[in-house]
Design a protein around this ligand. Structure first.
Ligand code: HEC
Ligand code: HEC
Length: 380
């Protein structure tokens, strides 16, 4: 064509490069926010970060952009609690590693629960949820905290009718599920959103894929200790650094009132004091550690394992005293801090929430402002 012959090669090349750069830039922007609308349009487009395994998505709850968007609003909405003060994000705060930075979780009326808020990052990969594994899917899990009298304290019936009284939610539930909210679809929307909170493509993944410069020398020495001498990887199995199982490492064993953990549900004595192996992804963000929040820092965690955990009749055989020098302990800590900190941390800004119904008494516009204040979380 004439026009092509007239265009100097260098101009064509420069234009081509610019298009490539733009595409790369956009792709980068989109992958930075997994819930971004343009990131994926259909189930098939939904990609997990590099290094992670493909995600099992329940056949009866396929992913869609609109469903995830709805689930995000519900996750950040304190109106799912009795006194409109506590949302899922209160205890699973994106600015605190999707945990809450405290030993225990504080729910409605300032009530404090008995266990540490785990991160929800990569919880889509777990078969069992909660420290004791009592829920078997994110859909089942999502309703637990709403009904828990210490956490959000609503019956499911109350939660569903509160949601359906809000026109902005009713219309979204109709668009996504073809009817107004039920406890089933409420759980499905929240679970779909949680499946987008993924962390991968971290220095560990890049190092494993062959980029030896992805980890500092200290972290590489820690890597060696983690996988070999200390055998951390027998329970914290890559790529999600959990074996999906339960183990007694002796945490909380001396507590005045013993939390028996998994035993409560399996009824097996061997499970006494056993808890689910948590992921180590983004572990540098989620202090304090363990089901009771009893260890303040990663150095404390390493010291705990070095002494062989807390001996007790059910202590797992993979936990034994380690002979590590101070330098080796520091290297292991450096590995934990560096390896799992993804440059694409799943940060999500609190969404704009649908307005209160304007006709309900006492819940006028002023109230809307209040809600927005309660859910505002600090920026990174
Ligand atoms: C008051 C604080 C609090 C609130 C509010 C809360 N959670 Fe949690 N969450 C926790 C605690 C504590 C645990 C662990 C409880 C246990 O193991 O018994 C937990 C566990 C979880 C887990 C399990 C993670 C895993 O892999 O085991 C998920 C997922 C989760 N919460 C999602 C939610 C959702 C969704 C909501 C809102 C509907 C919510 N949470 C509201 C404190 C809270
Ligand atoms: C026998 C299995 C097992 C081995 C071996 C093991 N862990 Fe764990 N790890 C667990 C379990 C189970 C928990 C949760 C225990 C609890 O809260 O009671 C845990 C918790 C942790 C936590 C806290 C996570 C959080 O979110 O609170 C870190 C960090 C950790 N382990 C690192 C390590 C390191 C480092 C090693 C090797 C020195 C190691 N683990 C070896 C099973 C194991």
């Amino acid at each position: 064509m004439m026009i092509h012959q007239k265009m100097p090669q260098s101009v064509a090349l420069a234009a081509g490069l610019m298009v490539l750069c733009l595409v790369a830039f956009l792709a980068d922007q989109l992958s930075a926010d997994p819930t971004h609308e343009g990131a994926w349009q259909s189930q098939d487009d939904f990609q997990v970060p590099a290094g992670l395994k493909p995600l099992r998505i329940p056949a009866d709850n396929p992913m869609s952009v609109e469903k995830v968007e709805l689930g995000k609003q519900l996750f950040f909405d304190p109106r799912l609690s009795r006194d409109d003060t506590v949302s899922c994000a209160t205890c699973h705060d994106p600015n605190k590693g999707w945990s809450n930075g405290e030993a225990f979780a504080t729910g409605v009326r300032e009530q404090v629960g008995g266990r540490n808020s785990p991160t929800i990052i990569n919880s889509a990969y777990q078969y069992f949820h909660f420290w004791d594994g009592r829920a078997t899917g994110l859909e089942e899990q999502a309703l637990g905290p709403i009904e828990n009298p210490i956490e959000m304290d609503l019956t499911l019936k109350e939660a569903v009718s509160k949601i359906n009284a809000i026109e902005g939610y009713r219309s979204q539930f109709n668009a996504v599920f073809g009817s107004e909210a039920t406890s089933d679809t409420l759980a499905k929307a929240i679970a779909a959103f949680e499946r987008t909170i993924l962390s991968g493509d971290a220095p560990y993944d890049r190092f494993t894929a062959g980029d030896k410069s992805a980890l500092s020398e200290a972290a590489q020495r820690g890597h060696e200790i983690f996988f070999n001498r200390a055998r951390c990887s027998s329970c914290h199995v890559p790529p999600n650094f959990s074996d999906l199982g339960f183990h007694n490492i002796g945490i909380g064993i001396d507590a005045e009132k013993l939390d028996i953990g998994r035993q409560e549900h399996s009824k097996l004595l061997g499970d006494r004091g056993s808890f689910k192996t948590p992921t180590l992804r983004e572990i540098q963000r989620t202090a304090p550690y363990m089901h009771d929040g009893s260890l303040a820092t990663l150095a404390d965690v390493v010291d705990f394992y070095v002494k062989g955990g807390n001996p007790n009749p059910q202590l797992d055989e993979e936990v034994f005293p380690l002979s590590l020098t101070d330098k080796e302990k520091a290297d292991l800590v450096t590995f934990l801090e560096e390896a799992f900190a993804s440059p694409n941390y799943p940060h999500v800004d609190p969404p704009v929430l649908p307005d209160w119904p304007s006709d309900s008494d006492g819940q006028s516009d002023g109230r809307n402002g209040e809600v927005m204040n309660t859910i505002r979380v600090e920026q990174r």
